[in-house]
Design a binder for this molecule. Structure first.
Ligand code: PAF
Length: 285
């Protein structure tokens, strides 16, 4: 595995690696890798001949009161894990390398889709995500890019950017990888104390409860959301930011639920904000 720090070097090595029509599969991350990221790498290995993983904690997608400074970082561990999983090129640029002009003047925005769900509470977040993903796609020029469905709204927005801007990349999105007890894997889980880690499980229990009500024949969104809220009602220490049942393409709230619709939650466990989601048709899967 080759570690690459600059855009020019990455472009050079990939131009060579692409010779003979070899295809590039790309996994963008912010590092502090866990099994969820590594499954994306496995998928990238299946899709492409060359696997590029990026590690870049993107300042543009953090709000002023968010956790940019404390976001967990361990480059040596990440490099070992990436190497062991078969990454060919690990792209880990500095902030000045990605944003040599400081805050970019030209950015990618997706009003309406960005203002829903997480975007409602994290103004500017998805503009930061789409802008850096666009830049990374321009640098890596991947044939495939692999994302995790835990960041459901991110996947919806990236797919829409690729469609609307005619980008030549195929987006693949993999199911959320969970701990054996159901907690969605996230780099931010490292912030949780043992007690908070236990309480965080109610997020999974809540969305599972909602999805089960649907599986048992209920299609009223209000009734499904009530089942989710009932789980949180028994957990006063968790502060729910939103619980929504939405159409997976438009992110519009639905009133009558179908199997493709997505139950999405964001909640604070202590100071840690966690998100999770479930496609109703996947209930019991
Ligand atoms: O999902 C993430 O880790 C980030 O939002 C991404 C896609 C790497 C962009 O910074």
């Amino acid at each position: 595995m080759q570690i690459v720090r600059t855009r020019d070097e990455l472009r050079d090595v990939l131009n060579g690696a692409r010779a003979g029509g070899r295809r590039v599969a790309f996994v963008p991350t912010m590092g502090y890798l866990h099994e969820g990221h590594l499954r994306l790498v496995d998928r990238a290995r299946q899709l492409g001949d060359i696997v590029v993983l990026s590690i870049f904690v993107n300042p543009l997608q953090f709000g002023p009161s968010e956790d940019l400074a404390s976001y967990p970082r361990d480059f040596d561990r990440d490099a070992r894990l990436a190497h062991a999983r078969g990454v060919d090129f690990l792209f880990a640029p500095a902030v000045e390398e990605m944003y040599p002009n400081g805050r970019p003047l030209v950015t990618v925005t997706a009003p309406t889709l960005s203002d829903r769900l997480c975007g409602k509470y994290r103004p500017g977040h998805f503009e930061g995500v789409l802008t850096v993903v666009n830049k990374l796609f321009n640098i890596v020029r991947p044939d495939f890019a692999v994302f995790g469905r835990k960041d459901f709204q991110q996947v919806v927005l990236v797919r829409r950017m690729v469609e609307d801007l005619d980008m030549q990349v195929i987006i693949d999105a993999l199911p959320t990888v969970r701990e054996p007890d159901g907690l969605a894997m996230s780099s931010r889980n490292t912030y949780l104390s043992p007690d908070e880690r236990q309480r965080a499980l109610s997020i999974y229990r809540a969305i599972t409860a909602g999805a089960r009500v649907f599986r048992d024949g209920e299609t009223s969104a209000a009734a499904i959301l009530d089942a989710v809220r009932a789980v949180f009602a028994a957990e006063p220490d968790i502060v729910v930011q939103y619980i929504e049942l939405v159409n997976p393409r438009t992110l519009d709230p639905v009133t009558t639920a179908g199997p493709e619709d997505v139950l999405a939650v964001a909640a604070f466990v202590g100071r840690t904000r966690l998100i999770d989601n479930m496609t109703l048709g996947d209930a019991g899967a």
